[in-house]
Design a protein around this ligand. Sequence first.
Ligand code: NAD
Length: 244
Amino acid sequence: METLIKEAVKLIKKSDYTTAFTGAGISVESGIPPFRGEKGLWNKYDPQVLDIHYFYSNPKESWTVIKEIFYDFFDEAKPNFAHIGLAKLEKQEKLKAIITQNIDNLHQEAGSKIVHEFHGNSKQLICTSCKFKAHASTVNLNKAPVLCPECNHLLKPDFIFFGEGIPSHAYQNSIEAAQKSKVMLVIGTTGEVMPACHMPVVAKQSEAIIIEINPEKSKFTSSITDIFLQGKASEIMKEIINNL
Ligand code: NAD
């Protein structure tokens, strides 16, 4: 492992355009479980509450579960060393951008500035009618369904539900960052969610070196990964930062 870390550090030092592509795994050590796997959220909750058509037909039921997962539970989470390490790399001008599948805002809370949120952000709510936007902390979430303070229509978390498209600005910015990458750090993702999982492939096709950090092998490991750093995101990031 020591040799692999040293190799990864050498490549990051040499690269003039390093990016990170992150998934639910980077936030596991902050206390947010992933969706899939043994301890995944979908073992406890029914994913249909996040289907856009189901949400419109059953707003009360969907909002009750959404509040429990994303506002009672996610709100407690704080960035861990993996988020903080990436923010440090950006500050030292060794990381150009983060493309994240996560909606938990923890990269920004750690201090990262350039974060392309492929799936949106749970901290913001948007009205499904008048498009009024509000920070979740300013709205009363205790009565389901949650309604717009401006027009009384249904509010929705400003992240992508199943059946919705990727926000075009996030998509464009992500593609651009992936194409420019000389090194991409792929952290804590199974690589199963389309089209986000295409970003490391775009980077690889643009001749980037793919450095993957994950305790388990993913879809990328035996296909596009050049260096697989097997372990928890915070521990591996600590090693990388200490050796840079
Ligand atoms: P996933 O749930 O499919 O897989 C999680 C991955 O993280 C696995 O490969 C697992 O081995 C790895 N992992 C577990 N612990 C880790 C650790 N300590 N360090 C590093 N890696 C670790 O996640 P995904 O591929 O991101 O896809 C899930 C989708 O669900 C995403 O699109 C995302 O939008 C959403 N989601 C987001 C959050 C969040 O915002 N924190 C949480 C759950 C799901």
